[in-house]
Structure formats: structure tokens, C-alpha cells
Design a protein around this ligand. Sequence first.
Ligand code: S3P
Length: 172
Amino acid sequence: MYSRIFLIGFMGSGKSTHGSILARKIGYDFVDMDQLIEETAGMTIPGIFSEHGEQVFRKWEHDILLELCNRERVVVSTGGGAPCHNDMIRIMNDHGATIYIQLPPEVLKDRLLTSKTDRPLIKGKSESELLEYITSLLSERENYYQQARFMVNGVNLRAEELADLLRDPASH
Ligand code: S3P
């Protein structure tokens, strides 16, 4: 069994929800990377973006990831952009199991429209702008996400499916 499990995927794909259930199921700690960045920085993600910019956020995200790579028995839900910057997909693959939760743009759009999380990259977009943005960003990011060790369909995903996949990787 892997010591570190990284859930990756677009904003709204359910990484934190599935990650915390999975962690409980397999007896691992759960860490939400965005939350840890906020606690460490003493600022919210939107605050970091507006005061320091995305570049600085990506640097802090990278630093936090390296710190997490020293922990044992942990499920990590990563920010949607993490695997696509600063070699982070390789770092995750070198230190544990990466699982890509894949969802189509329309489903992501519907989820993001009703989500309460404040996400600077999509703030203020209309429904049609949001769909266009997701479609374009997802196609750029897909190349990184596809480097995950495992891939699962995020529609009707159950945490049990993730636990099975980790227990019996050969079946996937
Ligand atoms: C981002 C996704 C967010 C957060 C930040 C940037 C991205 O995390 O890290 O707003 O670049 O896709 P979630 O995927 O948890 O929304």
C-alpha cells in the first residue's frame, strides 16, 4: 500500500470530499492542500491571489507539497492546478500514488456554479464564460492529469472504489 495518496483533478471534481472519506476508510490522515496553504500563510486563497499573485501561490503550493512528501499514511487532496505547475505531478508520482478524478466540462461547470468555495480563477464568470474557461483550461491540464498512476470516472464515484483500486491496483 502506498504511503501517500494524492487526489488530483479539476476544481470541483470532488477531491476533498472523496479524499476525506477515503482517508477515514483506510485509516490514513487527510490533508487538504489548499487548507494547509491557507493555515500556513495566514491568508485565504483569494487573498493570496490578490495580494501576491498566482506565481507566488504556485511557489507556496510547491513548498507545501514537498513538506507533505515527508509525511506517512496520508491522503492529500491537491489544488486543481498543482499537478500542472513546477514539476509537481512528477514529485507526486515519485512519492506516492496519484489518482485523477476525471469529469467532463459540463459536469464541472454545474458543480462549480453551486459550490460555495471562493475560487479566484473563476470568480465573476457567467455560466457560458465558465463553460468556455473550463473547457479550455481542462484541455491544457489534461496532459498533466493523464500522468496520474490511476484514473477514475468522477461521476457517481464512491470512496470504496478508490480504496479497492489502491488495494488491488492490478485490476485497474
Ligand atoms: C486552483 C484550484 C483551487 C485552488 C486555487 C487554484 C486551480 O483548488 O488551489 O484556487 O488552479 O485550479 P480546488 O481544485 O480545490 O478548487
